[in-house]
Design a protein around this ligand. Structure first.
Ligand SMILES: Cc1cc2nc3c(=O)[nH]c(=O)nc-3n(C[C@H](O)[C@H](O)[C@H](O)COP(=O)(O)OP(=O)(O)OC[C@H]3O[C@@H](n4cnc5c(N)ncnc54)[C@H](O)[C@@H]3O)c2cc1C
Length: 321
C-alpha cells in the first residue's frame, strides 16, 4: 500500500483483515487526511447532491470507527447528526428533490441560527471525526509493516523508494492523494487521460476554542473537534499541482470569506482562534488499475471520510476474490 491517508490506511486495514500481509509505505507529508475534524455529511456542498453510495459509505465509516474503538483505539468523533441550513425556498426545493427516500432526514425551522435562513436540513446519521486519529488507529489496528519513505518508481509488483530501496509485493495499491498525483499521470498509460483534469484544491480550517455540539455546514463548516472546534472549508482556486495549491497559504481574502460564512452559521463572539490547519484535496475520483497493473484509489475530493473506507473495502474484496 503506498500512501497512508484514509484511503491507504483503510485499504491496509481491510487487506490485513482479509488475511494479506501488508506493507504500508508513506512519505509522511502532505496528508489531507490529517484534517482535525472531517464531516460525515451525505448531502454535498451547496448543490445538495447525494452520491449514490453516500448512505452505505456513512454506515461503513461509522461501523469501522465502532470496531476500532471496541478494539481499544481512541478516535475522537461525534455521531451527532449534521445540520445543513438552506438560504431560500428554491434551494430547499432543489435539495428536497435530490434526497433519496432511504436517507434519514428532517426539515426543521432555523431556530437558534443567525437570521437569514429559510430552514435547516438535519441529517441524523451524519457527524464528525478526527481524521488524524482515525488514520492512526487504522494503521495500528492493521498490523501492517509501516515504512517511511517516498516512492520514486512504481510497477505492478513493486516500488523503488527515493533512497534506492526496493519493496516487492504481490500487488501494489497506490493511494497517494494530492501529493502523489503525479504517479497517476506517469503510470496512467491509456487511463492517464482520466487524470488530465485532476485538480488540487487547498483549504484551511481555523482551530477554535469552542464549537457547537452539532456540526453546521453551508459554504464553510463549523464542527466540534477533539479539542474545541473548527471553522473552514476547501475554498481556494483549483491548481494543477499539490505545490501550486499550497503556495497561496491562507490569503486574507479567504480568511474574510471563512469568517463571514462562519458568522452566518453561528454567533462567534467570544470564540478564539487557537491555530490553523491547511491541506489539499484531489479530484476526480479514481478507483481502478492502470495500464501497468498498479491499482489506484485516490481523488476522493471532499468525501474522503464519507466514501474512502467503503471504496477501500470494495477494492480489497475485488482483489481478494
Ligand atoms: C480543508 C479540508 C477540509 C476537508 N474536510 C473534509 C470533510 O469534512 N469530510 C471529508 O470526508 N473529507 C474532507 N476533506 C477531504 C479529505 O481530507 C480527503 O478526501 C482525504 O483525506 C484524502 O485521503 P487520501 O488517503 O486519498 O489522501 P491523503 O490523506 O492526502 O494521503 C496521501 C498519502 O500518500 C502519501 N504519498 C504521496 N505520494 C507518495 C509517494 N510517492 N510515496 C509514498 N507516499 C506518498 C502522502 O504522504 C500522504 O500521506 C477535507 C480536505 C481539506 C483540505
Amino acid at each position: 500500500m503506498i500512501g497512508g491517508g484514509i484511503a491507504g490506511a483503510a485499504a491496509a486495514y481491510f487487506a490485513a483483515q482479509a488475511g494479506h500481509r501488508v506493507t504500508l509505505l508513506d512519505a509522511g507529508a502532505g496528508r489531507s487526511s490529517d484534517v482535525p475534524a472531517a464531516l460525515l455529511n451525505p448531502v454535498r456542498g451547496q448543490s445538495g447532491k447525494v452520491e449514490p453510495q453516500a448512505l452505505a459509505g456513512l454506515r461503513c465509516t461509522w461501523a469501522l470507527i465502532a470496531e476500532l474503538q471496541a478494539a481499544g483505539q481512541r478516535i475522537p468523533h461525534g455521531q451527532t447528526g449534521v445540520l445543513r441550513p438552506v438560504p431560500d425556498e428554491k434551494t430547499q426545493r432543489k435539495w428536497a428533490a435530490a434526497l433519496p427516500a432511504e436517507l434519514p432526514h428532517i426539515w426543521r425551522e432555523p431556530a437558534g441560527l443567525p437570521p437569514g435562513w429559510q430552514s435547516v436540513l438535519e441529517l441524523p446519521e451524519g457527524g464528525w471525526v478526527s481524521g488524524a486519529a482515525f488514520v492512526r488507529a487504522l494503521k495500528q489496528a492493521s498490523g501492517a509493516r509501516l515504512v517511511r519513505g517516498k516512492a520514486a518508481r512504481i510497477w505492478a509488483s513493486g516500488v523503488a523508494l527515493e533512497s534506492g530501496e526496493v519493496l516487492e509485493a504481490e500487488r501494489v495499491i497506490f493511494c497517494g492523494g494530492s501529493l502523489g498525483a503525479k504517479f497517476s499521470h506517469q503510470n496512467g498509460g491509456e487511463h492517464g487521460s482520466h487524470f488530465e483534469g485532476a485538480t488540487h484544491r487547498a483549504g484551511s480550517l481555523l482551530l477554535l476554542s469552542q464549537a457547537p455540539q452539532q456540526p453546521l455546514s453551508f459554504g464553510a463548516y463549523l464542527s466540534p473537534a477533539a479539542v474545541g472546534g473548527v471553522l473552514g472549508a476547501t475554498f481556494e482556486t483549483p491548481a494543477a499541482s499539490h505545490a501550486a495549491a499550497l503556495a497561496g497559504g491562507l490569503p486574507l481574502n479567504s480568511l474574510a470569506w471563512v469568517l463571514q460564512k462562519g458568522a452566518a452559521l453561528r454567533d462567534l463572539s467570544g470564540v478564539q482562534v487557537t491555530g490553523r490547519w491547511t491541506g489539499v484535496r484531489l479530484s476526480p475520483l479514481r478507483s481502478e488499475p492502470d495500464a501497468a497493473g498498479v491499482y489506484h484509489l485516490s481523488g476522493l475530493g471532499s468525501k474522503g471520510f464519507l466514501l474512502g473506507p467503503l471504496l477501500a473495502r470494495e477494492l480489497v474484496r475485488e482483489l481478494s476474490s
